[in-house]
Write a protein that binds this ligand. Structure first.
Ligand code: ADP
Ligand code: MG
Length: 352
């Protein structure tokens, strides 16, 4: 990355990798070790009723490092991941919830909790306004649209803007990018970082990229992401795309129920991450043609109700006039449906 402008910017992670040392993987592994040690020391899970040292180890090995992450998981999920029986998992979750007092709260308390929600600028004023100020933490935002509409471009962009300091609309944190289609391009990150005046090398270092080759692999990769979320100061998890492997593998009618169940578990894990680590989750989704559709736009998001109910906000992106893109907010718990026009340039997604 020689010859690139070295502006002073926040490197939310640590040290420089010595040039030409070829030690990036080792460096990364070291950090993982640290995360595990920290997690093990930081939270003593044996404070939970019914959790001895053995169970505590099973849980931390499975990535459940905090009381929040346990409290927000389902018995099946906890049981499958850690190997403890489901009945025990149920008790452990109840114990974690009791400690966290998260089951019931007054609206006032909820209002206070919502105040910890942070927003990430998308880099487009119009899109930020559409989202009520940017991408929310503690939520899953979905963007769906046809091939080539700009979903992946937007993912790249927000993987950069999350790194901006809070006074510029970011969180000063990194991103964890799960790439299921092999379309992540570091070159684009460099271009977008330059547009925002961030040091490209730091911007690249603040993005952890994991390729997922099948839906099972995607599930595992996402599970294994957990230690990085707190340990590497991650403010945004991206899954691009959420559904392509699921759609490609579960094609017959008879496998649909199984697929939906798996997707449901997957989305709940993402939501748990969003809540437990106060981070934003951005997922992309494809469109399916609606059979017999006559009026309007003959496309709808893939994945059915599982995704529809699972995500917090839903955006639809499509090509507009003159190479522009139209982004429409089609679902939000509190914002009106509206739309905005943007363009994709070398520097990323911009207002028009
Ligand atoms: P998808 O919705 O399938 O993920 P993408 O996000 O990959 O679509 O969008 C691809 C489109 O983005 C391209 O067709 C092109 O219009 C635009 N694009 C990609 N890179 C650039 C660039 N460097 N400059 C301008 N436009 C670009
Ligand atoms: Mg794409």
């Amino acid at each position: 990355m020689r010859g690139m402008p070295k502006k002073k910017v926040e490197d939310t992670h640590e040290e420089e990798v010595p040039e030409g040392s070829g030690e990036v993987p080792a460096d990364l592994l070291e950090s993982v070790e640290e995360v595990f040690v920290e997690g093990g020391e930081g939270v003593d899970l044996t404070v939970l009723e019914g959790v001895g040292p053995t169970t505590a180890k099973k849980l931390t090995d499975a990535g459940f490092l905090t009381l929040e992450s346990i409290a927000l998981s389902s018995p099946v999920e906890l049981s499958v991941a850690s190997g403890v029986p489901e009945s025990t998992a149920k008790k452990i979750i109840a114990a974690a919830r009791k400690r966290l007092k998260i089951d019931v709260m007054t609206a006032l308390e909820y209002y206070q909790q919502r105040k910890s929600v942070q927003r990430i600028t998308t880099g487009s004023r119009g899109l930020d306004d559409l989202l009520g100020g940017g991408l929310e933490t503690q939520a899953i935002t979905e963007i769906y649209g046809p091939y080539g509409s700009g979903k992946t471009q937007l993912c790249h962009q927000i993987a950069v803007t999350v790194q901006l300091p809070p006074e510029r609309g970011g969180l000063g944190k990194g991103a964890f990018y799960i790439d299921t289609e092999g379309t992540f391009r570091p070159e684009r990150i460099v271009q977008i970082a330059e547009r925002f005046g961030l040091d490209p090398e730091s911007a690249l270092k603040n993005i952890l990229v994991a390729r997922a080759y099948t839906s099972d692999h995607q599930m595992v990769v996402t599970e294994k992401a957990e230690p990085y979320l707190a340990g590497r100061n991650v403010g945004l998890v991206i899954v691009d795309s959420l559904i392509s492997h699921f759609r490609g593998e579960y094609t017959g009618r008879e496998t649909l129920a199984e697929r939906q169940q798996k997707l449901n578990r997957y989305i709940h894990r993402l939501l748990r991450y969003a809540m437990a680590y106060n981070l934003a989750v951005l997922v992309t989704n494809q469109v399916v043609s609606e059979v017999g559709f006559v009026w309007g736009d003959p496309t709808k998001p893939a994945g059915g109700h599982v995704i529809g109910h699972g995500v917090t906000a839903r955006l639809y992106i499509k090509r507009g006039k003159a190479g522009r893109r139209v982004i429409k907010l089609v679902k939000s718990p509190y914002l009106p449906e509206d739309q905005v026009e943007v363009a994709i340039t070398e520097g990323g997604v911009v207002d028009v």
